[in-house]
Design a binder for this molecule. Structure first.
Ligand SMILES: NC(=O)c1ccc[n+]([C@@H]2O[C@H](COP(=O)([O-])OP(=O)(O)OC[C@H]3O[C@@H](n4cnc5c(N)ncnc54)[C@H](O)[C@@H]3O)[C@@H](O)[C@H]2O)c1
Length: 330
């Protein structure tokens, strides 16, 4: 089996690469190293079944030959932060929408067996009910969420019109080893772990009572693998842990002082996936508890040594545009 992972040098992609190599696949990776790091695959450097191509999915001519002979495509490449998506919408649109169009076209002509797309639970915006199922209204709140949704629609449309065998997985707050440490202010784990290493307090947004469906990365890799190997096509599934946990609980597990920063517009008080569909149709269920997942991260905390250490002031500065554009009344 030959598998191609776009964004395979990133956080989730690198774990999918590990899983595929373990399953005996020959793996090709396409990554432009914007937020991913080649070091995320250093431990596989000597593996003869892995080839990494430093390429950009926005360049169809460049990437098309890499799809030749490929059985399965795992499409993870995307820009994945909120604030930069407000500041540089074209970068996000071109990578996440046009890039996805290129991946669909290349996969179609290569006649792949399955394309699995990493969609985002951010498509639900602030939903009406929890746990949230796949039929909930689509309400993107910022350009990142919009571009991921447009990418998802493109993938499903290629399934419908061109019979490209596709599945889209809506991921909820993935965490684990190798989670992003790029310069931008982003997901809570990276921020807190760098603060813990520097002996700084955790910058908790609002009261910290807001909850997130923290899903461990190897469970997510398992969902991708299961979706690829199944006969199911043209379907969308939520991928969540089966629970939802407060940020305060996370601080407790990580252990450290806390400081509070203002709540932000457009962010839900809860994310919580209804995973009934994926359990029933694909037989997939998350296995790693938050306690186990946090433990695994703490054992590898040195990874975040080079990550930026955010303070309330630097966060206020970095999120100015968030409040400016998303905090408008009416
Ligand atoms: N982490 C989460 O909680 C989460 C939740 C929902 C969806 N997702 C989606 O999962 C995917 C992976 O996310 P991640 O958290 O691993 O982020 P990541 O930033 O670690 O991975 C994205 C990878 O894509 C690469 N990339 C970006 N633009 C590219 C381009 N134009 N050409 C080639 N490579 C490019 C980056 O260098 C990086 O390696 C993304 O599509 C993201 O939208 C993530």
């Amino acid at each position: 089996m030959i598998s191609l992972v776009t964004g395979g040098c990133g956080f989730i992609g690198s774990h999918i690469v590990d899983r595929l190599l373990t399953e005996g696949h020959t793996v090709r990776v396409i990554d432009n190293y914007t937020t991913g790091r080649p070091q995320n695959l250093d431990h596989q450097k000597e593996n003869p079944n892995l080839t990494v191509y430093h390429m950009d999915i926005r360049n169809r001519e460049e990437i098309e030959p890499i799809f030749e002979g490929v059985d399965y495509v795992f499409h993870l490449a995307a820009l994945a932060d909120i604030v930069p998506s407000i500041q540089k919408p074209w970068e996000y649109y071109s990578s996440n929408v046009l890039g996805t169009y290129n991946v669909c076209e290349c996969a179609r002509y290569a006649k792949v067996k399955k394309l699995v797309y990493s969609a985002s639970s951010s498509c639900y915006g602030i939903p009406d009910s929890y746990p949230t199922d796949e039929k909930a209204e689509i309400r993107p709140q910022y350009p990142y969420a919009l571009t991921k949704r447009l990418g998802e629609e493109t993938v499903l449309h290629w399934g419908q019109v061109y019979d490209l065998p596709v599945v889209t997985l809506r991921l909820f707050n993935v965490y684990g080893t190798r989670s992003r440490t790029s310069g931008t202010y982003g997901a809570v784990f990276g921020v807190f772990l760098a603060q813990k290493l520097a002996g700084q307090p955790f910058t908790v947004v609002g009261t910290g009572e807001q909850t997130r469906d923290f899903t461990y990365v190897t469970d997510v890799a398992d969902a991708f693998y299961t979706a690829a190997m199944s006969d199911v096509v043209n379907e969308t599934f939520n991928v969540g842990s089966g629970g939802t946990y407060s940020v305060n609980r996370l601080c407790e597990l990580l252990g450290g002082e806390v400081t509070h920063i203002p709540k932000r517009p457009g962010e839900p008080d809860c994310t919580f996936a209804d995973t009934t569909k994926i359990e029933k149709v694909l037989g997939w269920k998350a296995k790693v508890s938050l306690e186990e997942g946090v433990q695994k991260i703490l054992e590898n905390i040195d990874y975040w040594k080079e990550a930026p250490v955010w303070t309330p002031d630097s966060i206020q500065d970095a999120t100015k545009d968030w409040f400016k554009y998303l905090g408008k009344e009416g």
